[in-house]
Design a protein around this ligand. Structure first.
Ligand SMILES: Nc1ncnc2c1ncn2[C@@H]1O[C@H](COP(=O)(O)OP(=O)(O)OP(=O)(O)O)[C@@H](O)[C@H]1O
Length: 257
């Protein structure tokens, strides 16, 4: 679905934010990118979305160089939700979600019955159909995050890039969002998300990458990558990884002195 080969990026042409990044994302993969503040997770996701151009290396989306594709071509395959979610215009929630259908409309056409159905289904899946007539700028930050997720789902992409999708969400909505990601990945959607919560890697991902000091420190199955040693190396803190049950693990910070 997506291949990142030997990627290097720099904002000013001099100091690299990251280098030697190699990632392969298959159909149905959920890749969770962990790592300390400022290590380049959002920058990498922006490169994957084509918003930022690599200094060197390649990003292939379904075997095509992403930088040779136009926006509509990309939008038919990829959804991207950035970290910040501001809007200046007083659109309704339903209008915002309908924007996800734009790649499928011609310049002169308006959304049809089927587009409304898809948009309402996306809102319902995330448990926020009741917000559909509210004004986007008048709902909470967490609700906005869910609305943008609904918009990306309504876009029916094959790969979804989510920059900290749970950062503004309450505990219930964090779990609900991870469940939706799980469900969508089972039907073939590939997801790349950044997170500050190692537990989310256990809950939702089949792959995890730890970004540290400008490169991918380790990548693979969450159980082998999210270890006490790697958490210490990446974040400089002691944690205990506990078996919660046979299926699940939890990453618990050690006592704060
Ligand atoms: N527009 C920009 N111009 C120059 N440098 C930038 C720009 N945006 C980010 N950076 C720098 O790039 C580095 C990586 O930032 P980035 O936002 O990708 O990190 P991150 O891992 O996503 O951090 P966080 O977890 O805090 O969101 C930081 O040192 C940051 O200061």
């Amino acid at each position: 679905m997506m291949d990142i080969r030997n990627a290097e990026f720099s904002y000013n042409g001099k100091k690299s934010i990251f280098r030697n990044v190699n990632i392969s994302i298959e159909r149905g993969d959920v890749l969770c990118i962990l790592g300390p503040n400022g290590t380049g997770k959002s920058t990498l996701i922006k490169c994957m979305s084509s918003l930022l151009k690599l200094k060197s290396g390649k990003i292939l989306l379904k075997d095509k160089n992403i930088y040779s594709m136009n926006n509509t071509e990309i939008a038919k395959v990829m959804g991207y939700i950035p970290q910040s979610n501001n809007s200046t215009f007083a659109y309704s929630v339903l209008d915002i979600v309908l924007m996800g259908r734009t790649p499928y409309l011609s310049i002169t056409s308006v959304p049809g019955k089927n587009d409304y159905k898809i948009a309402e289904e996306a809102l319902e899946n995330l448990g926020i159909l009741h917000l559909k007539d509210k004004i986007y700028t008048e709902i909470s930050g967490g609700e906005r995050q869910l609305v943008l997720m609904a918009r990306a789902i309504a876009q029916r992409p094959e790969i979804l890039l989510l920059d900290e999708p749970t950062s503004h969400l309450d505990f219930g909505n964090q779990i609900r969002t991870l469940k939706v990601i799980n469900k969508l990945s089972k039907s073939g959607l590939s997801v790349v998300m950044t997170s500050h919560f190692p537990d989310h890697a256990f809950l939702s991902s089949n792959k995890v990458a730890i970004m540290n000091q400008g490169t991918i420190m380790e990548m693979g199955d969450p159980r082998t990558v999210v270890t006490e040693e790697n958490m210490k190396q990446a974040y400089g803190i002691d944690v205990k990884i506990l078996d919660v049950d046979e299926q699940r693990k939890a990453c618990i910070p050690m006592q704060i002195q």
